[in-house]
Design a protein around this ligand. Structure first.
Ligand code: HDD
Length: 713
């Protein structure tokens, strides 16, 4: 083989006789400002002018270059999933998956496969808010020895449509309306709901979109689903259908709609900040990779088509086998270079992972490369550092915009004799990708399979599986979303359409959006449930949660520090919050620093609230409207609230809505009622702290809603 025919990004000095450019590189030591041509610059604050007050000269190459680069800094944003945030990490399989797949990264539990994950919203543009109601993207690039594998997933297990040809339609309907670009990052408008009522296959996905799933508490607390049906293929060529899942170790938790809306104003970066800070603190988010596997012979055993992307496989029917774990342990160095330039593609598969005939997946296989060609400016986007495989790349592709590789030699075709046919195709044994030899026959036809025609049964199943709080949230979401639609006919059609899912749901929607209740009795008669889809049944943990501690001068230092120490012991974070930033002096004379004020924070940014005792502190808080609003809001959002000693009186203040249950007479005994945890007349807060941590781990105490009907949910 011709030794000079190597493909590397930097010339290989060993393999060449003549000196290469690399050898001439100089190191000036230090970091002096230069132009892109390496010329050092003496002044970057003044342009070159003819006289101090004269016109700028065209020959100012530094000005021209600086400005031109700036003018070209933006690339087109992704048509969907424009707003995203990435992190690095690694994946390890629990045990060899040899029986099911030959994918190399799923064989050896000691191997750490590097990954890059990009979380995203779908509809909003790059500058929109993190907490909007939307599907979240959860795309993972595995840099495996056999090449890159991308699992391009969402946090909802199904999709809006069954055939990819309708993707431009659903996205056009969902995006801001084109005549006025309103509304941003929201489905609450006429064109989306017009699309929904005109395409009943959307019913199931809309139920999930209006559920708590679409307003996650954190990227760290959402599931991921590959949605489409793929195949696992083993060494022997045996294939099984597979669906992929990510299961967060912290459980699946959500914001309330009221919080989500307020956060969009107060901290539009809420989710990205949460991820960034967790990784910086060493609280590495972890997700288990799960697979649902079906034998080829089981393909027709279900009352839905396993190739229909608007259906999930209930976990109770097809169990999720957890096969490995991903840990995100490194923040990106540069948002643009990594998060923005990352190019994912469900067609980036490795030997052992193959496709099914799911018509949505088949269409996706075209769309992703096509979009990168435009967005990343040409066919060489795989050479951008974040997209480069760790596996070597050898082929005869050449040239194009932004080519980084310096290919050497004359031969760039295959087969060839001048380079001994290098690079030559690999065999199966050498991990060459062999497509699963599925037998395919049929007539060319533009038609939906009859087996895709049931649009409602699983939407009913989803509805049946939810707790009453989750159902209430969906009804309220309909009231907001459909209530924002102007066309009365569309609203009426929404009621009639969702009457097919559940009659009571339709009646409740109608009530809130000012149209008639459905004409006919509703529902599909499906009584199946899948407890796994309800967030009520998720993992609960106080770990990594954030607690606001409200103080004013005169607080009990002993109360505050005991509780803070107990919380820290369980991995719970605290912020001291007061009217003003700075040192706050306790009754004992010791000080704590308020790192947040009412102006720079809010109850919506925390998972729970604690108020230490101290007579004069509590008297001050009673006079602070902001403090009382803080408590009221934490209560309304069903969060854990702890108060010790005199602070119990603050909870009972008439200005604080709803709290009638705080332990008024508990002398030295902990009282815990629907997430309100209190104790009086004690200096020992061990039992209190334990109970409070339990209450934080619950995430929400929805039953308060039933008590006084005041909850906004
Ligand atoms: Fe898609 C991006 C997930 C259907 C076409 N998609 C994109 C991203 C995720 C998904 C997570 C963001 C990747 C990133 O962070 O860069 N998409 C899905 C899932 C789907 C799905 C789980 C349902 C199974 N998508 C889907 C269809 C089509 C597309 C049916 C078109 C036929 N998706 C795209 C795209 C995007 C994209 C236009 C925009 C930016 C990009 O690809 O890189 O090509």
């Amino acid at each position: 083989m011709d030794q000079e025919q190597t493909q590397t990004n930097t010339p290989n000095l060993e393999s060449v006789k003549d000196q290469q450019l690399e050898e001439f590189r100089v190191d000036h030591k230090g970091t002096k400002l230069t132009t892109n041509q390496g010329v050092r610059v003496t002044n970057t604050d003044d342009s070159l002018k003819a006289g101090e007050r004269g016109p700028t000269l065209m020959e100012d190459f530094h000005f021209r270059e600086k400005m031109t680069h700036f003018d070209h800094e933006r690339i087109p944003e992704r048509v969907v999933h424009a707003r995203g945030f990435g992190a690095h990490g690694y994946f390890q399989v629990y045990e060899p998956m040899t029986e099911y797949t030959k994918a190399k990264f799923l064989q050896d539990p000691s191997v750490k496969t590097p990954v890059f994950v990009r979380f995203s919203t779908v509809v909003g543009s790059r500058g929109s808010a993190d907490t909007v109601r939307d599907v979240r993207g959860f795309a993972t690039k595995f840099y495996t020895e056999d090449g890159n594998y991308d699992l391009v997933a969402n946090n909802i297990p199904i999709f809006f449509i069954q055939d990819a040809i309708k993707f431009p339609d659903v996205v056009h309907a969902l995006k801001p309306e084109p005549h006025n670009e309103i509304p941003q990052a929201s489905a609450a408008h006429d064109t989306f709901w017009d699309f929904v009522v005109s395409n009943t296959e959307t019913a199931h996905m809309v139920m999930w979109l209006l559920s708590d799933r679409a307003i996650p508490r954190s990227f760290r607390m959402m599931e991921g689903f590959g949605v489409n049906t793929f195949r696992f293929v083993n060494e022997q060529g045996k294939a099984r259908f597979v669906k992929f899942h990510w299961k967060p170790l912290l459980g699946v938790h959500s914001l309330t709609w009221d919080e989500a809306q307020k956060l969009a104003g107060k901290d539009p970066d809420f989710h990205r900040r949460d991820l960034w800070e967790a990784i910086n603190k060493g609280e590495y988010p972890q997700f288990e990779l799960g697979v649902q596997l079906l034998e080829e012979e089981e393909e027709f055993n279900f009352d839905f088509d396993i190739l229909d992307p608007t259906k999930f496989w209930p976990e109770e029917v097809v169990p999720v086998k957890k096969i490995g774990k991903m840990t995100l342990n490194r923040n990106q160095d540069n948002f643009f270079a990594e998060t923005e330039q990352a190019a994912f593609h469900p067609g980036h598969v490795v030997p052992g992972i193959d496709f099914s005939n799911d018509p949505l997946l088949q269409g996706r296989l075209f769309s992703y490369t096509d979009t990168q060609l435009l967005r990343l400016g040409g066919p060489n986007f795989h050479e951008i550092p974040i997209n480069r495989p760790i596996a070597p790349v050898h082929n005869n592709q050449r040239d194009g915009f932004h080519r980084m590789t310096i290919d050497r030699g004359a031969v760039s075709y295959s087969p060839n004799s001048l380079r001994n046919n290098a690079p030559e195709p690999a065999t199966d044994q050498e991990h060459g990708y062999t497509h699963y030899a599925e037998k395919v026959e049929g007539q060319k036809i533009r038609k939906r399979s009859e087996s895709f025609h049931d649009h409602y049964s699983q939407a009913t199943l989803f509805w049946n599986s939810l707790s009453s709080a989750e159902k209430q949230h969906i009804i309220k979401a309909f009231h907001f979303e459909v209530g924002s639609v102007k066309d009365k006919q569309i609203k009426q059609r929404v009621v009639e359409m969702f009457n097919n899912v559940d009659g009571e749901l339709a009646v409740q929607i109608a009530q809130g959006v000012g149209v008639n209740p459905p004409k006919n009795p509703g529902g599909t008669g499906n009584t199946q449930v899948s407890p796994a889809v309800s967030q009520e049944n998720t993992i609960r943990s106080a770990r990594t949660r954030k607690v606001a501690i409200l103080v004013a001068n005169g607080f009990h230092f002993n109360d505050a520090t005991q509780v803070m120490t107990a919380l820290a012991g369980q991995g719970v974070h605290t912020d001291i919050i007061s009217m003003n930033l700075g040192m706050i002096t306790s009754a004992e004379g010791e000080q704590l620093e308020a790192t947040k004020s009412y102006a720079t924070s809010g109850a919506i940014m925390y998972d729970a609230l604690y108020i230490p005792g101290g007579k004069s502190c509590v008297e001050k808080l009673m006079r602070h409207k902001e403090a009382k609003d803080f408590v009221s809001e934490a209560f309304i959002h069903a969060k854990a609230i702890g108060a010790t000693n005199e602070a119990v009186d603050l909870l009972l203040s008439p200005d604080i809505q709803g709290i009638s249950t705080a332990g008024t007479d508990s002398q030295g005994q902990v009282t815990s009622d629907l997430g309100i945890v209190t104790i009086r007349n004690t200096t020992d807060l061990k039992a209190f702290s334990q109970e409070f941590i339990q209450a934080i781990a619950q995430h929400r105490h929805w039953l308060r809603q039933n008590q006084d009907g005041k909850m906004s949910g």
